[in-house]
Write a protein that binds this ligand. Sequence first.
Ligand code: UT7
Length: 329
Amino acid sequence: MKQFSSIKIAGTGSFLPDKIVTNADLEKIVDTSDEWIVTRSGIKERRIAENGVTTSYMSSKAALRAIDAAGLKPSDIQMIIVATVTPDHLFPATACLVQEAIGANNAAAFDLSAACSGFVSALSVGSSFIESGLYDNVLIIGADTLSKITDWQDRSTCVLFGDGAGATVLRRSDKGSRILYQTMGSDGSGSDLLVVPAGGSGMPASEETVKNRDHFIKMKGNELFKWAVKKMKDLISDAIEATNISVDDIKYIVPHQVNIRIISAALKRLEIPLEKVEINLDKYGNTSSASVPIALDELVRRNVIKKGDKVLMVAFGSGLTWATFLIEW
Ligand code: UT7
């Protein structure tokens, strides 16, 4: 098995918009019901960004909390990666806006686009820079404002998503914390399963694209559902096999908060109890790249992760893309 350098998650932080939209609120705008949404997805409510609450704004709030928790100053950060598919602008990178907003004046900054897998992929990218010896302190952010690209007339998608941001500071570690395993993968043959067709060079924004609602999320939910169950199951079993540990050795699994049925079905196949898994999708819905770091931050702030605990993060989504990151705390 490949040995990775000693790297630790030195601090975590998250930010959620104040505005809560319940299933009952959605019943007023599309033909849906609380009962359908809860039984099909597990989601009860989600946070939605008010006007002016952007991806960079939420990222900056989460970042400052993570930097503070790490006992660092923004000027100590040498690299910022923002994993997002809802950047404030096509360019410049949202990471550059964050760099300015938090005063991280010594940091290189760029965005990473891997949808729901973005944050876990960015952990791998960021830790590689530490591993290479180039940097010591890397800020990884997962943030999305999917409400801005959600079709609020499409009941099959608008009930699923929410907004938020989560951040972690990765640092070189001298006290035993280490990465045990990491993977990233992709399969572009499934790129049509979850897509925003317009607004890029393939279909530039025009009156026509707006009229056709092509600047909003289009999802083939059923196909994605089946793929996601198998992918989540395979990612967890691959991590266990590659590291030669057992399920019992893993203290917590922090999965992409996609749908309680997807998570439960994957766990059932592996005979893993739901208690091992951090779930917050009932409160926040699917927040895309923010879902894993928000859940991780909530776990950390409950003070339940102890030194030596193994924590497995697993994410998958549009692209198709997937990523796994197993760390010993
Ligand atoms: O994070 C990135 C990855 N995203 C995913 O992996 C999402 C994966 N997919 C899913 O989570 C599920 O497919 C959904 C939650 C989106 C849908 O659940 P489903 O059990 O696959 O439902 P369905 O799409 O098969 O729809 C069943 C019925 C349909 O009606 P008919 O055709 O049976 O009459 C839909 O029109 O439910 C209807 N429906 C709704 N009814 C009430 C779809 N959306 C709604 C709704 N409220 N919001």
